[in-house]
Design a protein around this ligand. Sequence first.
Ligand code: SF4
Length: 225
Amino acid sequence: MIYPVNETFLSWQGEGIHLGRKAFFIRLQGCPVRCTWCDSASTWHPNHVPKDIRKLSADALAAEAAAAQPEFVVITGGEPCIHDLNALIAALNKVKLPAHLETCGAYPVAAGFAWVTVSPKWNKPPIAEALAQANELKVIVEDAESIGKWLATLGGVWPCPTVWLHPEWSQRANPAVLRAITDAVKTFGAPLRAGWQMHKPYAADSLDTRSRPPAPLGGEASQGY
Ligand code: SF4
């Protein structure tokens, strides 16, 4: 199995339950969901599709990850679950590295992950099978209504023991978004938790020269989308 790799880098997990832990990231290329604000800009504009996508085997990726000596490996994207991840999970198991997954949950999730984070997206909401495998949910809050809209879309009950509410990054200083998150946590408590993409203010990922420079965010007509 050969995987198209957008980037790999050693950093620390900037989100969720595993915040702050040493992690190796494998960002696979490609996602058909096309969220306008996706920070993998190649998903929403062809001008941002990298010309140097590496094609690596599961064993090569596992060896690169093992050399970095992380606590675990995060397989992200793009949307990693459009690829058959069984070989990559097996290769990481061979080098004794737990595999964590970051997915939108719209596609089936391979068995064998040590941790699954589902971050649902409006363009293609999660399937029940993926939600059942989720250890945590990460809800992207782009406006003051999105928390309630997601609860309704997911059937009126949060499907995970931990549900992070993250401001969509371009809205991270929007008082209405921050207030909506705060009000939701103060009103309902568990499973809701206020979240943040902590690696971004630290610029932690970009310290590894294998990482790509931060991409622009989408959603602007001037950028062609
Ligand atoms: S599902 Fe995720 S990777 Fe795909 S476009 Fe949306 S935010 Fe980007």
